[in-house]
Design a protein around this ligand. Structure first.
Ligand code: KG4
Ligand code: ZN
Length: 347
């Protein structure tokens, strides 16, 4: 099945074309085209995404990207079986541009939840995943707007078990970056700076770390950084970045591993923009290797073996390939979302 997907929920205009086959137990994907027109440069002077500018840029970029797809040899509109389009969550004026563009193409349409796109972004290329026993799994979605823990019994069956009560972790990266006078988006800038900083130089708080739930809170951590900068005029930017990043990742990793243990997860899927951070991947792997089994220790004192999956970097941040994949899973599940923008759509 050939799927065209359109993503315009925030500041990336993205269109992708993929071939999908197989059932819910073994879906397979071939990426034909993956186009993303980034608006970062447009929003950068404002320190964040400006909804009306995003809308204007989507309107400008959608026909350009679409033409590029059609020009790529034989991929004419007639060969497309399904069009998947993001309906939420995100900026409503931005979402509408993608939905209206998709409606005009007059093909089979399926509305997709952007968060499901992130959730399924791991099954794209991880071939290992189709072959081995990976469920139950714990999924952690870490983006600019969301921080969500999900228990997955299968690709089709999942349940949210926790989420942030205030700021998303990506948002905290962006806000701390602004405090340090770093450009938007802040995540990659903090990651770069943290590499040359001392993460143990400052002991920032880890809100909600020891609470027996799977919710998060990052606004207190951001405020702690604000007070630190106010009270320590000679602070080292790189140490602040490194210590903030360490505190944020400590919370994400400990809570995710606790959920993995409680639900006897065989694997962990990380997704969303913050998953592009290489230090997060390194720290996750380190924490898993250091873990002791909770019950029934395997013979010979083996370590608990949970597989942790990160998508390829280009599928961590917003893209339309993940929307095509989520569209296919929902097509197999015979589920469709209403084709109307819903800025607050939940998982
Ligand atoms: O998933 P995404 O592209 O868009 C949303 O759905 O929100 O995530 C964007 C977020 C931004 O907050 C950005 O600062 C963060 O992901 N991000 C990172 C990195 N790359 C992007 N955070 C930490 N480290 C990174 N390398
Ligand atoms: Zn996203």
């Amino acid at each position: 099945m050939r799927i065209l997907a359109i993503e315009t929920s925030c500041d990336e205009t993205a269109i992708a074309l993929i071939d999908a086959k197989g059932g819910l137990n073994n879906p397979q994907f071939k990426i034909i085209k993956n186009l993303v027109a980034s608006q970062i440069k447009i929003h950068q002077p404002f320190g964040g995404v400006v909804p009306n500018l995003a809308k204007r840029e989507h309107l400008k970029n959608l026909p350009i990207l679409f033409k590029k797809i059609l020009n790529s040899k034989s991929y004419i509109l007639n060969s497309i079986d399904l069009i998947a389009v993001t309906v939420g969550p995100g900026l409503e004026p931005a979402l509408w541009t993608g939905i209206n563009f998709a409606k005009n193409l007059k093909s089979n349409l399926i509305g997709v939840n952007h968060l499901e796109g992130h959730l399924y972004s791991n099954i794209l290329e991880n071939v290992r995943m189709n072959k081995k026993n990976i469920f139950p799994a714990i999924a952690l979605i870490v983006s600019g707007g969301h921080t969500i823990l999900v228990k997955m019994d299968s690709l089709a069956k999942y349940k949210k078990i926790g989420e942030t009560r205030d700021d998303a972790v990506g948002e905290a990266f962006d806000k701390v970056a602004r405090l340090l006078n770093l450009p938007y988006p802040g995540g990659p800038e903090i990651e770069k700076l943290a590499k040359i900083g001392n993460a143990d130089a400052i002991d920032f708080p880890r809100p909600m770390l020891n609470q027996k739930n799977y919710d998060f809170s990052f606004s207190g951590l951001k405020t702690a950084v604000l007070y630190y900068l106010r009270d320590n005029k000679n602070f080292k930017k790189e140490d602040v970045a490194a210590a903030f990043q360490k505190a944020a990742f400590d919370i994400l990793i400990k809570k995710t591993l606790r959920a993995a243990k409680e639900f006897n997860a065989k694997s962990i899927f990380i997704s969303g923009g913050v998953a592009a951070n290489k230090t997060l991947a390194k720290e996750f792997k380190k924490a898993i290797n250091n873990q002791k089994p909770k019950t029934n220790p395997p013979a010979g004192g083996e370590k608990l073996k949970i597989k942790v999956f990160f998508p390829n970097k280009k599928f961590c941040t917003d893209n339309a390939v993940m929307i095509a994949v989520a569209g296919y899973i929902n097509y197999l599940k015979k589920k469709n979302k209403r084709l109307a923008a819903n800025g607050n759509l939940g998982l």
